[in-house]
Every structure is written in C-alpha cells, then in structure tokens.
Design a protein around this ligand. Structure first.
Ligand SMILES: [Zn+2]
Length: 276
C-alpha cells in the first residue's frame, strides 16, 4: 500500500521576485483605464439621449411628479415675481408653464431644477432692487433650461456617480466620502461656457421683454458687494450656488455682459423698482 505524499511546490511558483509592485501598478492602471472608459461611455450615451429630450417633453414628464403650485397666499412682492417669470418664459415656450417656488434661504440665489421649476431664495428677493434685474436672473435660468444645460449636466454626473458607487462598494464604503463634497460641486455648478451661454440668452430674453437691457448687470453688482460683506464664503460652496460660483467670477461676468451689450448695440433705459 502506498501512501500519497504531496510534493512541496517550488517556492518560485506563482511568484516572481521584484515584479509584485509592477504587476500591482499595472493592474491598478488597467482598472482605472476601464473605469475611465465606463465613465466616458455612460456619460456620452446618456448625454446624447438626454439632449434629445425637448424642454416641452421634460416639463410634461416632470409634471407627473409635481403637484400644482398654489400661489394664492403669496404676498404681492412674490406674485410679481411669479407673473414676471411666466411672462418671460411665454416668450419662448408655448406649452410650458414654469413653476415658481420660493425658499427661506438667506443666501441670495436663484436656480432652475429639472422639469421646469425655478426657485428664488429670500436672500435673492431682498437683494434685488428692480424687476429688470430679477428678470435678467430669471432669463438666465430659462437659458439653462432652454439650452438643455441642466439635463446635460445630469448626464455628466451619472457616469462618475456609478463608478464612485462601484468603488465605494468594492472598498467597503471607504471611497464614497472622499468624493462626495467635490462631487456635489461638479453636479450643481455649470461650466464657465454654459454660464456665458445662459447670460447671452438672458440678454436677448430681457431685451425681448422690455425692449431694452437696463438692469442686466445690477444683480451681479449687488451680489459682488454682498460677497465682500460676508466673512466666510467657502462654507456655503456646497450649496446650489449658480450666482455665487467663482467661475466665472462676478467682475468678469459684468464685463462680459457689458461687452455683449455694446457689441449688439442694445439699448439701456430706466428700470422698474422692486421692493420685497
Ligand atoms: Zn447659471
């Protein structure tokens, strides 16, 4: 009877001295490469798919999730803003009744959400001195909506979100928090090009409504002073800050808008005062 005695494997089997680190680095690079491809493919296909959705389609789809806005109990100062937004948007969209919301946030801001909902903060209404400057900001947000910026931004954000979630899962929850703060900014802020595009749209929208562009840069002037007044701006950067964003900075933005006014030879007349 012969008993089986396993042979001790040679120590060099499956192990090449010195190559472990190189092998590891290679694998990491390969993994990153594939992740980059995944991000690119998802973002690209989602972006092309989402870009094909018209503002009307987006609004109709979103209407299923929103309840009808109730403007009955609003004070005059807010009703004025609602009427203004509806008037401005009717210049461009026949079948879209932009929903207007107000938030109690003291941070001056206005932003458009997916599906055609525009929100103004308390801080914004307090800072505004004319209907024209509110109109410019509302037009800027309509620009983001019309040019499909919000929906395209979503396409950009979903790819990295999936990869981050995947990595987070693989690492047992250690990766996600590292990305979350930067990721919020990425999701909510528009690039400089998109901001300029929305500002250009806003100028023609304002001009179409009033027949002149008086007050176009007023809100930026006010927010510039506000920014210098608050001590720490950075702690608020994770919020939806379309107008407090640092790119492009407020001064450059004012200069760009003024240059565009000059370039298009647009008329400037007196503004209509606004009191909150
Ligand atoms: Zn913007």
């Amino acid at each position: 009877m012969s008993s089986y005695s396993p042979k001790t494997p040679n120590e060099t089997v499956n192990y090449t001295e010195g190559s472990f680190l190189a092998e590891f680095t290679k694998k990491i690079f390969l993994l990153l490469f594939f992740l980059a491809i995944i991000v690119f493919v998802i973002s690209f296909s989602l972006k092309s798919f989402l870009s094909g959705i018209s503002p009307e389609k987006e609004f109709t789809l979103a209407s299923q999730f929103y309840t009808q806005e109730n403007y009955e109990n609003l004070p005059q100062s807010k009703l004025k803003v609602v009427a203004l937004v509806k008037g401005l948007s009717s210049q461009y969209f026949e079948n879209i009744d932009i929903r207007v919301k107000f938030s109690d946030d003291e941070l001056p801001n206005a932003f458009m959400m997916i599906g055609g909902t525009m929100t103004f903060t308390e801080g914004f209404l307090k800072l505004a001195k004319s209907e024209n400057e509110i109109a410019f900001v509302a037009c800027h947000e309509l620009g983001h909506f019309n040019e499909r910026h919000i929906i395209k931004n979503m396409g950009n954000a979903v790819g990295p979100a999936i990869v981050i979630a995947l990595l987070d899962n693989l690492s047992g929850g250690g990766i996600g928090p590292m990305f979350s703060s930067g990721f919020n900014l990425y999701q909510l802020n528009y690039s400089r090009d998109l901001e300029s595009e929305a500002d250009d749209f806003a100028l023609s929208c304002l001009n179409k409504y009033y027949g002149h562009v008086g007050g176009a840069t007023d809100f930026f002037e006010h927010i510039k002073d506000y920014k210098t007044k608050i001590d720490s701006f950075s702690f608020k950067e994770n919020k939806v800050t379309d107008f407090l964003s640092t790119h492009p900075n407020t001064l450059e933005r004012i200069e760009d808008i003024n240059a565009e006014i000059k370039n298009k030879k647009l008329d400037i007349q007196n503004t209509v005062p606004y009191m909150y």
